[in-house]
Design a protein around this ligand. Structure first.
Ligand SMILES: [Zn+2]
Length: 67
């Protein structure tokens, strides 16, 4: 949805853009290559389809870091 104007899953144009804002407990993603992404340290752009519920997440700044 960032690169296209419609949802890649259902082709709906009813979607919203936002930001992921962690509150309280830190969230992190563990990737299969053993790297971590601390969501609390990242600006995450969120694109959510209102029709089917599909959500795209983009890191707004620098990529994932090893730990
Ligand atoms: Zn959709």
């Amino acid at each position: 949805m960032k690169k296209t104007t419609s949802c890649p899953k259902c082709n709906s144009k009813e979607w919203v853009k936002g930001k992921l804002k962690p509150k309280g407990t830190a969230l992190e993603i563990k990737f299969d290559d053993e790297s971590f992404l601390k969501l609390s340290n990242q600006k995450i752009e969120v694109y959510a389809c209102k029709n089917c519920g599909f959500i795209e997440l983009y890191m707004a700044e620098k990529s994932k870091e090893k730990e």
